[in-house]
Design a protein around this ligand. Structure first.
Ligand SMILES: [Zn+2]
Ligand SMILES: [Zn+2]
Length: 88
């Protein structure tokens, strides 16, 4: 995985025809191209999202410690923060 790979999984929702009528279906899609199962419960889709983020997260030592300042997401590898380790 290259550091350029960004993961921004989002829960998307659409309506689907079922025998009971229209129902909302939730599905997670990530900017890395991965797609997940469809669920009728949003919670289950949220779980997929967290599982995916957990899987693709950078090693703890390389994660951004100041996501706001560095405009990163907390699970991402941050060159600024990871680089700081070598200064100590
Ligand atoms: Zn992803
Ligand atoms: Zn950082």
């Amino acid at each position: 995985m290259s550091p350029q790979d960004r993961h921004n999984p989002k829960v998307e929702r659409h309506q689907e025809e079922t025998s009971q009528g229209l129902a909302w279906v939730y599905q997670v899609r990530c900017t890395c191209g991965e797609e997940f199962d469809e669920y009728y419960a949003k919670q289950l889709a949220e779980q997929d999202k967290h599982r995916h983020l957990g899987k693709v997260a950078a090693p703890p030592a390389e994660r951004c410690r100041e996501p706001k300042k560095h405009r990163m997401r907390p699970h991402e590898r941050c060159a600024l923060c990871a680089g700081q380790l070598s200064l100590f």
